[in-house]
Design a protein around this ligand. Structure first.
Ligand SMILES: Nc1ncnc2c1ncn2[C@@H]1O[C@H](COP(=O)(O)OP(=O)(O)OP(=O)(O)O)[C@@H](O)[C@H]1O
Ligand SMILES: [Mg+2]
Length: 379
C-alpha cells in the first residue's frame, strides 16, 4: 500500500514538473472599488474570471468594497454582480503587500498572516481608485506585473484636462477647450465670461476626473453654465469645458505594448441628447454598431489616431479611444481614452476586438501575456 502511494506521488511530481503544470500562473483579479463605477466593475470582473483560461492560470479574486475594505473572496463568481459576494461569508481580510519579497497578497486567517505569491494582477476596476494610476502605483511599488496602463499613463488618461494637454501637444485634433479651478473661479482669477467668449454655446462641462458621464452637463446659457459648474465641483476642484461637437460617436479598441493592434471601429448612437449615465446603463435604446456606420477610410483614420493617442499617453496593454466624427466637415476629433474600458462580455471593447477575430477568452490570455512581457522583463 505504501509503495502504491509513493508511486502516485512520484507520478504526480513528474507530471507537475515536466509536463508544464508548474507554469500555472497565479492571477489576482481585483473587482469593485471605491468608485461610481463599482457596479459595472463587478460585471466586468465576473466575465474576466469566467473567461481566463483555466489550464494556464489559477485565478484568485480580490474584492474592494465601496468603502475601501479589501478581501480575498473564495466563493462563487456568480455572486459578484449586485455585491452578493459580500453576503456569502467567504471573505478573508487581505491586502496587496508593497513588500517585493512577498510579491503578492497577505491574507489574515484567524489571526495568522499568510502570504500568497501573485504572478500577474488584473485590476478590473473602472474610474477613480482603479483606473487613475493609484492601484497601478501600488503594483509598481510591489514589483507585481499587472494588466494595462502603468501609473503615469493611467493618471494622464483619467484626468480629462491632462489628456487634452497631451493631445494638443501631439497634434491630435479635438474640440476647443478650457478649464477652471475652484480657487480661480472663487477668487475671480478666471471667469466664465472668458470661457464663453472662447467656446460659445452649447458648452460641455466635465469634472476633470469622474467617468460614466457623472457630473457632466451640456449647457446653453450662462445660468445653466453656473449650475453645471457647481455640479462638476462636487466631483473635482478642476473642471473642463469643451465646445459642443455635433458628430457621430465612434470608438476604437487598441491592444498591445509596442506592436499595437486595433479592433473593428464601433459607433454609439445615444438614446438621449448625449451619452449620459442614463443612456449608458439604464435606457436600453442606445444603439451600438460594429462596424461603425462610417466609410472604411474614416475607420482607418480613426484607428491610426487611436494608436497615436495611445502612444502619446504612454499606453500599455489596452485602452478604448473615443472620438467624434464631425457631421459638418467629417473631421475626426478625439474625445477621451479609457484605460480600463467596460469589459463585460457585451461591452464595446471586447466586442470590437472579437469582430477583429480575437475571442473574449483569447483576449484575457493576451492581456495577461502582455503584462508579463511588459513587467516580467523590466521589473
Ligand atoms: N465636446 C463634446 N461635444 C459633444 N458631445 C460631447 C462632448 N463631450 C462629451 N460629449 C457627450 O458626453 C458623453 C460623455 O462624455 P465623456 O466621454 O467625456 O465622459 P465620461 O464620463 O468620461 O465617459 P466614460 O464613461 O466613457 O469614461 C460623450 O459620450 C458624448 O455623448
Ligand atoms: Mg466617454
Amino acid at each position: 500500500m505504501y509503495r502504491y502511494y509513493v508511486n502516485i506521488y512520484l507520478a504526480n511530481w513528474i507530471i507537475f514538473n515536466f509536463w508544464g503544470c508548474n507554469d500555472m500562473k497565479n492571477v489576482l483579479v481585483l473587482f469593485g472599488g471605491c468608485s461610481s463605477e463599482h457596479d459595472i466593475s463587478l460585471i466586468s470582473a465576473s466575465s474576466v474570471i469566467k473567461n481566463t483560461p483555466k489550464e494556464k492560470y489559477n485565478v484568485l479574486m480580490m474584492g474592494i468594497t465601496r468603502n475601501g475594505r479589501w478581501y480575498l473572496y473564495e466563493g462563487d463568481v456568480d455572486a459578484l454582480p449586485n455585491d452578493k459576494w459580500l453576503e456569502t461569508g467567504k471573505l478573508t481580510e487581505a491586502f496587496v503587500s508593497p513588500d517585493r519579497k512577498i510579491h503578492g497578497i497577505t491574507v489574515c486567517r484567524e489571526g495568522k498572516y499568510e502570504n500568497i505569491h501573485i504572478d500577474i494582477a488584473f485590476p478590473v476596476l473602472h474610474g477613480k481608485n482603479g483606473e487613475d494610476g493609484t492601484i497601478q502605483g501600488l503594483f509598481q511599488l510591489a514589483g507585481i506585473p499587472f494588466v494595462g496602463c502603468d501609473m503615469t499613463s493611467s493618471a494622464i488618461s483619467m484626468d480629462k484636462i491632462f489628456t487634452n494637454i497631451v493631445a494638443d501637444a501631439n497634434g491630435i485634433a479635438q474640440a476647443k477647450w478650457d478649464y477652471i479651478t475652484k480657487y480661480d473661479f472663487e477668487t475671480g482669477e478666471k471667469t466664465l465670461d472668458d470661457i464663453v467668449s472662447k467656446l460659445g454655446f452649447p458648452i460641455f462641462v466635465k469634472p476633470a476626473n469622474a467617468g460614466s458621464s457623472v457630473g457632466i452637463s451640456k449647457v446653453y446659457n450662462n445660468e445653466e453654465l453656473k449650475v453645471a459648474l457647481y455640479l462638476a465641483f462636487e466631483y473635482d476642484t478642476r473642471v473642463l469645458f469643451e465646445e459642443f461637437i455635433d458628430g457621430y460617436e465612434v470608438e476604437c479598441a487598441v491592444l498591445g505594448n509596442d506592436e499595437i493592434k486595433t479592433g473593428v471601429v464601433g459607433q454609439i448612437t445615444p438614446a438621449n441628447e448625449f451619452y449620459d449615465y442614463d443612456a449608458k446603463y439604464i435606457n436600453t435604446a442606445s444603439i451600438l454598431n460594429i462596424p461603425a456606420l462610417v466609410s472604411k477610410e474614416k475607420q482607418e483614420e480613426v484607428k491610426s489616431v487611436a494608436i497615436k493617442t495611445f502612444k502619446a499617453v504612454g499606453g500599455i496593454g489596452f485602452a478604448r479611444v473615443d472620438f467624434f466624427i464631425a457631421k459638418e466637415d467629417n473631421r475626426v476629433l478625439f474625445n477621451e481614452i479609457n484605460t480600463i474600458p467596460g469589459f463585460t462580455s457585451i461591452s464595446m471593447y471586447p466586442k470590437m476586438i472579437e469582430a477583429a477575430g480575437i475571442s473574449y477568452e483569447e483576449l484575457c490570455d493576451t492581456l495577461l501575456t502582455l503584462a508579463l512581457e511588459k513587467w516580467g522583463i523590466n521589473s
